[in-house]
Design a protein around this ligand. Structure first.
Ligand code: ADP
Ligand code: ZN
Length: 741
């Protein structure tokens, strides 16, 4: 390294290259550059935004090549020390470029070089008091009344994004504005710190039951680093424990970070948090505009937000006073990013809590085997809630043997009867079918040919609303064919059941009750899901038919019967995590039954009623189910006992990918010293070998020791970077892969 008279900026640049780049500080710079600042530099021919990763006093870069940075974007470190550390750790653990990692940590607006200023926001206030007369006049306009009630809670007004999150659309606000019941103002977003609010709590807490009280005491016992698994059955009041733990955190002048799988699906959760706390509760998720995301991010990093509720990427948001992290539904696979930087936000949450020396709570009714095994080994404190909160009782689960049963479009007679009686009692029935569209395939009755996607190894799904064929893997869409592409036969028949077809069947079977379909297609339109959820929450007897969107965290008190049309497909998955995921899904769906005062029942249709795993689930014994799976993983040294990484190669020809992976395997073999526990498996075709017109191959790397695995991955990634790849060959590395496809 050559010593330099001037300081040198070591800059992380959003490029796949796993290294830093040196620059001289900008000319005429009045600020002192610091780690964590954004800096604009010329990189190749482009001007890019990088992050100062370190300040140095020397460089390896020859003087004639050393360029000056263009400008500093701000006068302070935008990314705090702990976020820099978190990103360094993330980049090294997932063997990814630090420049890209830091770039992903920023909201898009900041990535693009926009100024870090919050700007203004539309703030809505009620202009009147909501008296009985006004209530009566708005009786027909339920939504408007609800919005007005909401605004009554906040004399200082509510920002438009918050109102939208609470489920009130722009048109509802305009209607109220026309009636002069509310008014809006553009206001500067305040930088008022959350701890200046006098009362943290707006609404009183519920009185905890014994289990909840014990859990809360244990959690709040220490304010230093501590990982807690809150293992509570569905409806046991985990959220109430979170709320009270957050209140204690706010009371201590600290901020709380709550990670959730998907915010859009459960607007009630956000409402519940906002109702409870008087300090600003900010949300960050993909449904926001770039400007809104920037505002939320800044609000959190400037200590204006007391609570941040966010999806996966929220783990990278600076919170200077972070005092508690909660990962709700910690088993949910959406915490794992499935492309580019393949991180798991749940795992990063543990590391971040360590950095901030604060507690972290992983909550779930169906904890992942990873987390359970950490709890068993004593790494995590294991707190259990085994009873439902309030008056609710756990649902009774029944397996319905489909063998030799008369079926009507997938419904057994002995399923239709109980559905009818629950509906007639004025209750709601949920039907779970994890397949959208009309039918999963279209088959020629003459020659047996099935309509396939031209780009993937997959059938095309038949949709009727609107009518078309759709590949759910690459989004390819085409008109429904009139005749078979192979034999020209005209008798093309839908095969199997999707939600659209099931909706049709249910409408025929239960003509007197509305069928509400909830899947990605029926909720595509803006606000559609919120409207559907509101209808369900009115509690009128109806059938709620849906995919796994229905399984996630909803609280519908009038649902007393849940039916799972077919549990079998998930029981025999090729993926070693398949059964774990299926079990979690079944327990989560079942957990929607009987959450109110009325008891709940679950009926699962199956051709395999003797299946031991299914029987454990039916006896409502997730812990035993999980223990059984864990024993199997132990026998096979699969995660969480052994550790996995997956190299994937995608290319226009199969040979390119296979050759690359073979090269890696050869290196891995060479590297293997005595006593090494690392093994490779492959190259093997991915479960879906061809997708979007590209051939996909995998090399699995397995080791009993994490450190050994990472040593090898380091070598292999360096090798990959040093070779010139054929055109159109892409590779990626997935550490701790969740999805093996
Ligand atoms: P979970 O997050 O475990 O699914 P929730 O916190 O949503 O459970 O609680 C389920 C229901 O029970 C909610 O309607 C909630 O208001 C209610 N509840 C939670 N704790 C209590 C309590 N201690 N007393 C009465 N009702 C409670
Ligand atoms: Zn396709």
């Amino acid at each position: 390294m050559i010593a330099s008279a001037e300081t040198i900026l070591s800059v992380a640049i959003p490029s796949p290259l796993r290294r830093m780049f040196d620059y001289l500080p900008p000319a005429e710079c009045h600020q002192t550059p610091e780690t964590g600042m954004r800096v604009q530099v010329t990189f190749g021919r482009r001007k890019v935004i990088g992050i100062i990763e370190a300040i140095k006093h020397g460089t390896d870069c020859p003087p004639e090549k050393l360029k000056r940075a263009e400008s500093l974007q701000e006068s302070y470190s935008l990314l705090s020390d702990d976020i820099m550390k978190l990103c360094r750790w993330t980049a090294s653990y997932y063997h990814y470029s630090l420049g890209e990692t830091l770039s992903q940590a920023l909201p898009k607006a900041l990535r693009q070089g926009k100024p870090a200023s919050q700007g203004t926001v539309t703030n809505w206030q009620s202009t009147t008091e909501l008296d009985t007369e006004l209530r009566t006049s708005l009786k027909r306009a339920r939504k408007q009344l609800a919005a007005l009630e909401w605004l009554q809670l906040y004399p200082e007004g509510v920002s438009e994004p918050e109102l939208r999150e609470a489920g009130f659309s722009k048109s509802i606000l305009s209607q109220l504005e026309k009636k002069r019941l509310i008014q809006s103002q553009q206001i500067e977003i305040t930088d008022r710190p959350f701890h200046e609010f006098k009362n943290n709590i707006r609404q009183p807490h519920l009185t905890l039951n014994e289990e909840q009280r014990f859990a809360l005491d244990e959690i709040t016992d220490t304010s230093t680093f501590n990982s807690v698994l809150l293992d509570g059955i569905t409806g046991s009041g985990k959220t109430e424990v979170y709320l009270q733990a957050i209140a204690a955190t706010l009371e201590a002048g600290k901020q709380a970070l709550v990670l959730v799988p998907e915010i859009g699906l459960t607007p009630q959760t956000v409402r519940r948090f906002r109702r409870r706390f008087a300090v600003p509760v900010v949300c960050l998720h993909s449904g926001l505009s770039d400007g809104e995301r920037l505002q939320g991010w800044l609000s959190a990093s400037r200590e204006n937000a007391g609570v941040l509720i966010a999806t996966r990427s929220g783990i990278f948001t600076p919170l200077p006073k972070l005092g508690l992290i909660i990962v709700d539904e910690e088993h949910d696979t959406s915490y794992k990013q499935q492309d580019t930087l393949r991180y798991n936000a749940r795992d990063l949450a543990i590391y971040r809590a360590k950095l901030s020396d604060c507690p972290v709570i992983l909550g779930s009714a169906t904890p992942s085997l990873e987390t359970l095994s950490n709890a068993q080994s004593g790494k995590y404190l294991h707190l259990k809630l085994r009873h439902r909160a309030g008056n609710a009782k756990p649902p009774v689960i029944e397996l319905l043997d489909l063998r030799q049963q008369a079926l009507k479009e997938g419904f057994a007679h002995s399923l239709i009867e109980p559905m009818q009686s629950h509906l007639q009692r004025g209750e709601q029935v949920m039907v779970f079918l994890n397949r959208r569209g009309y039918a999963p395939s279209l088959i020629c009755h003459d020659c047996g040919e099935v309509s396939d996607c031209p780009h993937c190894d997959a059938h095309l799904t038949l949709h009727r609303q609107p009518a078309h064929m759709h590949c759910h893997h690459c989004d390819y869409q085409v008109a429904i064919p009139w005749s078979c592409s192979k034999c020209n036969g005209r008798r093309l028949q839908p095969s199997g059941q999707g939600t659209e077809r099931c909706e049709q069947t249910l409408e025929q079977l239960f003509p007197n009750f509305p069928v509400i379909r909830i899947d990605r297609d029926s909720t595509r339109r803006k606000n559609a899901l919120t409207e559907i959820l509101d209808t369900i929450n009115e509690g009128k007897p109806s059938i709620l038919l849906g995919t796994q969107m229905l399984a996630k965290g909803h609280h519908f008190p009038n649902v007393t019967l849940v039916t799972i049309l077919n549990a079998d497909s998930g029981l025999f998955s090729a993926d070693f995590r398949g059964l774990e995921k299926t079990g979690q899904l079944i327990m989560q769906v079942s957990g929607r039954a009987g959450r109110g005062d009325k008891p709940g029942k679950v009926i699962i249709q199956t051709y395999n009623p003797q299946n031991p795993a299914l029987q454990l689930l039916a006896s409502n014994d997730y812990p035993k189910f999980a223990a059984k799976l864990l024993t199997e993983r132990q026998q096979l040294n699969l995660p969480p006992i052994g550790h996995l990484a997956l190299f994937r190669a995608e290319s226009a020809t199969a040979a390119d990918g296979i050759n690359l992976l073979k090269l890696l395997r050869a290196t891995a073999e060479q590297m293997r010293g005595e006593g090494s526990t690392t093994r490779t498996l492959g190259p093997l075709p991915a479960p879906m070998e061809k997708r979007q017109g590209r051939y996909r191959y995998q090399l699995m790397v397995h080791s009993l020791r994490r450190s050994e695995l990472h040593q090898l991955l380091n070598v292999l990634v360096q090798q990959l970077e040093s070779i010139k790849l054929p055109r159109a060959l892409r590779w990626n590395l997935d550490v701790d892969p969740q999805d093996m496809s």
